[in-house]
Design a protein around this ligand. Structure first.
Ligand code: 5GP
Ligand code: MN
Length: 325
């Protein structure tokens, strides 16, 4: 489906819901705000939604207060734009209701995208979903305000790990250059994203480092984050984005895994623990494939999935996986 058809549709749309994945990262948040404000500039009635709280490091973004944590009146929307979600369920509990909105526009850069929705704009070569959003805004000839510039810049900067990850492409630099010209202050973004760490987060880091183990052949590192550790340090899951990169930085490690124990409320009907497993690869292993085999998804180098089971059983499974790498 071409970008032109999406633009034609958006021109006709009146009341638009904007969604992205639960536990949003900088790209999910940047895409939401960038696209939301652009549609507002076009005179659309918008509602920006995310199920989870916005991590404190993103509270500085202009218009961040526009992200609501309830999806509003689903029956009133003619269109929904879903960003940075490889499948619709990634938006969380509202997925079923959102699926009933007449027009669903799917904007994403995950190679595992299921191509859900009425229109798709999917580019696995894009550095971030915010890059695709930027191109759409440009094609619609909408003025990029400083608030939009901050959102797009933050989306691309965080998803490329500050222009270090393998998805860093020439466009990432071109677009960010333009965003800086249009009002995004790189120091301000970096300060909030990287230099506002709380002492409790540092305490959590030391605990987390203590859990790191390497498999027999040292090609996989495993880190474990339990609800107890969050409780003891007084941290919340939204404060711990990106910690898996430490496990990935260990020499000779091909795949890093972070086992995150989900809060009990979400899994009270089952006896076993419920974990989210984040995977990162050095590029020699396709972790999107591994995640997909467990019902999740993502990119070649960064993927994840949810699974039930005891910690020892999950670790055993990862050790077996490591033998096959
Ligand atoms: P993270 O490990 O940070 O949760 O996710 C890494 C990447 O994998 C992200 O791009 C994210 O969108 C994707 N991902 C993580 N968990 C899931 C999941 O349960 N399902 C799918 N489809 N993708 C996931
Ligand atoms: Mn992304």
């Amino acid at each position: 489906m071409s970008r032109k058809q999406i633009i034609n549709q958006l021109k006709k749309s009146r009341r638009v819901l904007l969604c992205s994945h639960i536990h949003p990262d900088g790209d999910a948040i940047g895409s939401l705000i960038g696209m939301g404000l652009a549609l507002k500039e076009m005179g659309k009635d918008i509602w920006i939604y995310n199920e989870s709280p916005v991590p404190a490091i993103y509270h500085f973004l202009p218009s961040i207060h526009r992200i609501k944590h309830h999806p509003g009146e689903i029956g009133t929307y003619d269109t929904v734009v879903v960003m940075d979600c490889s499948d619709l369920h990634r938006i969380g509990d509202a997925a079923g209701a959102v699926n009933r909105i007449p027009i669903i526009i799917n904007i994403d850069h995950h190679i595992t995208n299921t191509r859900f929705g009425s229109f798709q704009l999917i580019d696995p070569d894009a550095s971030a979903s915010a890059e695709i959003v930027f191109r759409l805004i440009k094609a619609m000839k909408i003025k990029i305000t400083p608030a939009i510039a901050y959102a797009i810049y933050t989306g691309i900067m965080t998803d490329t790990g500050s222009f270090r990850f393998a998805n860093t492409n020439p466009e990432a630099f071109d677009i960010c250059h333009e965003m800086v010209r249009l009002g995004a202050d790189p120091h301000k973004v970096a300060h909030h994203v990287y230099e506002t760490i709380s002492l409790s987060r540092i305490k959590l880091l030391t605990m987390l480092f203590d859990t790191i183990e390497l498999t027999k052949n040292s090609n996989m590192s495993i880190m474990t984050l339990t609800q107890n550790m969050l409780r003891e340090t007084g941290t919340r899951i939204q404060d711990v984005n990106g910690l898996i990169n430490y496990a990935k930085a260990i020499e000779n490690v091909k795949v890093a895994a972070l086992l995150y124990e989900r809060a009990k409320e979400k899994s009270r009907l089952i006896d076993e623990s419920h974990f989210h497993i984040s995977l990162r690869s050095d590029g020699s292993v396709d972790v999107a494939k591994i995640a997909a085999s467990f019902g999740g998804g993502g990119h070649t180098r960064a993927a994840g999935f949810d699974i039930q089971g005891s910690l020892p059983a999950l670790k055993k499974e990862l050790y077996e996986l490591s033998d096959r790498l």
